[in-house]
Design a protein around this ligand. Structure first.
Ligand SMILES: Cc1ncc(COP(=O)(O)O)c(C=O)c1O
Length: 434
């Protein structure tokens, strides 16, 4: 199907896009369909998707198994309220998720997006502290450069200064921020790198309900990979002082970092965990917040309910496709695929290290990052990559990829090659082209 110039102009003038002005100068890039690892433009041009539609489409697009799961569920029931009702798709999905979740997570709350999963996690922690007679524990601690979503509670634990939500800072509860870990994933562990967190935690712990972290990889706040030992130390501190640990696995879950959940790199489990994004393989919006027995029992002692209940909670279509997607992942050799992507990305991106406009190149699991010294011009980068047959969406100084796991070696090499070429192109490009 072709989008006419009129349709694109209507889109530009009336339909808001993520983090965009109401009437941008440039039209959005039209996309007609998607198949496997390819996004297909109306003119038939195929782009290798380097973004998995923001971490989601791990199996690629138009997957027959996932299509079939939705189709089958549509024949039975597209939606029914979850208040008071139970249904098979939710039960089947919950059973699978709880069986693969880190140890101790026994209860699951389905929500409709990652941000809301984070809201629910924060609410769980606050309700737990109130219900267990610790109402003074009402703040959250986290680390700078974090990103947990766009809703108000989630924004309060995003990076307060450099994050995309600093505009709203004065409307948000003030949380406790430690500096971002400075010991990288691949570096030898430097115990002193945990001292700033430990010191700040000691000062604030009596008022903390929970620590919330993106485990191992800080995504939209800077694509920073930190040492698993840091996470282990946080777990120990939280356990010692009765502070809950919330892990936001929304981006990292379902194999992206090389383990099913990123916290497995540290051999720890959270008290509360958020998942989303790749949960449905990129088909529908669904997320979930998982909690330990202790947390659930605490919140619900005396018959108190958890005060949340979205209209589309546990939507049967979303649950059915999520179950199919998780099964597809678990029955595949995802670990080997992610390892191979990691190897090819590391090799393919290595030449960028020598370029004078590149600050750092890092790879972990199926994620490759090229951190530039200066901001990467969004439109110019996209146009260049599209011209080369690849879809990338940089932000700030980061040009990065998290491709679908079904990419073959050649496709990964193409993505990495285009990223390196992009850095070279930006070296020579005149700024007045913007
Ligand atoms: C770590 C993390 N948490 C939460 C979110 C928010 O998820 P959603 O966009 O589904 O609300 C994101 C989205 O990028 C994320 O990366």
């Amino acid at each position: 199907m072709n989008l006419t110039t009129n349709q694109l102009e209507f889109d530009r003038l009336h339909i808001w896009h993520p983090y965009e002005v109401a009437e941008p100068v440039d039209s959005a890039i039209p996309i007609a369909r998607a198949e496997g690892v390819h996004l297909i433009q109306p003119n038939g041009r195929e782009l290798i998707d380097g973004m998995s539609s923001w971490w989601c489409a791990i199996h690629g697009y138009n997957h027959p198994t996932l299509n079939e799961a939705i189709h089958r569920q549509t024949q039975k029931m597209a939606h029914v309220m979850f208040g008071g009702f139970a249904h098979q798709p939710a039960i089947d999905l919950a059973r699978t998720l709880l069986s693969i979740a880190p140890e101790g997570l026994r209860h699951i709350f389905f929500c409709d997006s990652g941000s809301i999963a984070v809201e629910v996690a924060l609410k769980m922690a606050l309700q737990y502290m109130q219900a267990t007679g610790q109402p003074q524990r009402s703040r959250f601690m986290t680390i700078r450069h974090g990103y947990h979503g766009d809703s108000f509670g989630a924004m309060s634990v995003c990076d307060p200064d450099q994050g995309m939500h600093h505009l709203f800072a004065r409307f948000l509860p003030v949380q406790v921020f430690a500096d971002s870990p400075d010991c990288g994933f691949h570096e030898p562990w430097r115990p002193e790198s945990f001292d700033p967190f430990r010191t700040l935690f000691a000062r604030h712990q009596p008022e903390l309900a929970a620590v919330i972290l993106e485990p191992i990889i800080q995504g939209a706040g800077g694509m920073r990979f930190y040492h698993p030992k840091y996470l282990e130390e946080v777990r120990t501190l939280c356990s010692e002082h009765g502070v809950l640990l919330i892990l936001d696995e929304i981006a990292t879950g379902f194999g992206r970092t090389g383990t099913l959940f990123a916290c497995e790199h540290a051999g720890i489990a959270p008290d509360i965990m958020c998942i989303g994004k790749a949960l449905t393989g990129g088909y529908l919006s669904l997320a979930a917040t998982l909690a330990s027995e202790t947390v659930a029992d605490g919140i619900c002692s005396g018959g108190r309910p958890l005060m949340h209940g979205p209209t589309f909670m546990a939507n049967p279509l979303a649950c059915a496709v999520a179950k199919a997607s998780v099964d597809l992942l678990l029955n595949s050799n995802w670990k080997a695929k992610v390892k191979l992507i990691e190897k090819r990305l590391a090799r393919g991106l290595a030449p960028a290290r020598k370029l004078e406009n590149v600050k750092d190149v890092r790879v972990l699991g199926a994620i490759g990052v090229m951190e530039m010294l200066e901001e990467a011009p969004l439109r110019a980068v996209q146009e260049y990559a599209i011209h080369k047959g690849v879809w990338l969406r940089p932000f700030g100084r980061l040009i990065y990829t998290m491709p679908p796991y079904i990419c073959d070696e050649e496709q990964i090499d193409t993505i990495a090659g285009v990223m390196v070429e992009l850095a070279q192109y930006l070296l020579t490009r005149q700024p007045d082209h913007e």
